[in-house]
Design a protein around this ligand. Structure first.
Ligand code: 5GP
Ligand code: ZN
Length: 120
């Protein structure tokens, strides 16, 4: 697929122009390991569409975001998170600068695995 925002690092990862360790891909969603993991399992899930943050979501994204949320626990378990309730995972969606967002292409962090973690 073509680059949607040529200045966006996650658009480049989705397009394969920047290498990543892929976790999952379908027509609409892409998941890859975080380059600086906080936890034994730490990957990112992104819509392929360049949406800068949650604040740009509109009703037309409802199905996309619903699919992402349903996929998250499946991928978390596949990547080695332990089963609920003693295991589980943390899902984080930093939004805006005060929300801790550094890359402005909507993404959720999935973190899990045995504690202690590096951070979080
Ligand atoms: P944010 O602070 O925007 O929620 O998180 C951005 C995340 O993207 C950070 O955890 C950071 O480690 C990760 N990241 C930044 N650049 C790259 C990259 O080039 N490749 C990968 N795999 N992760 C990246
Ligand atoms: Zn992007």
């Amino acid at each position: 697929m073509s680059i949607q925002d040529p200045n966006c690092i996650f658009c480049k990862i989705v397009a394969g122009q920047i290498p990543s360790r892929k976790v999952y891909e379908d027509d609409d969603l892409f998941a890859f390991h975080d380059i600086a993991p906080w936890a034994p399992v730490h990957f990112l899930m992104v819509p392929k569409l360049h949406i800068p943050s949650m604040t740009q979501l509109t009703p037309e994204h409802e199905r996309l975001m619903g699919r992402l949320m349903l996929l998250a626990p499946r991928l978390a378990m596949e990547q080695g998170c332990n089963p609920y309730p003693d295991g589980g995972f943390r899902l984080v969606c930093n939004t805006g600068t005060e929300g801790g967002q550094e890359v402005h292409h909507l993404h959720v962090h999935i973190m899990g695995g045995p504690r202690p973690w590096v951070r979080g």
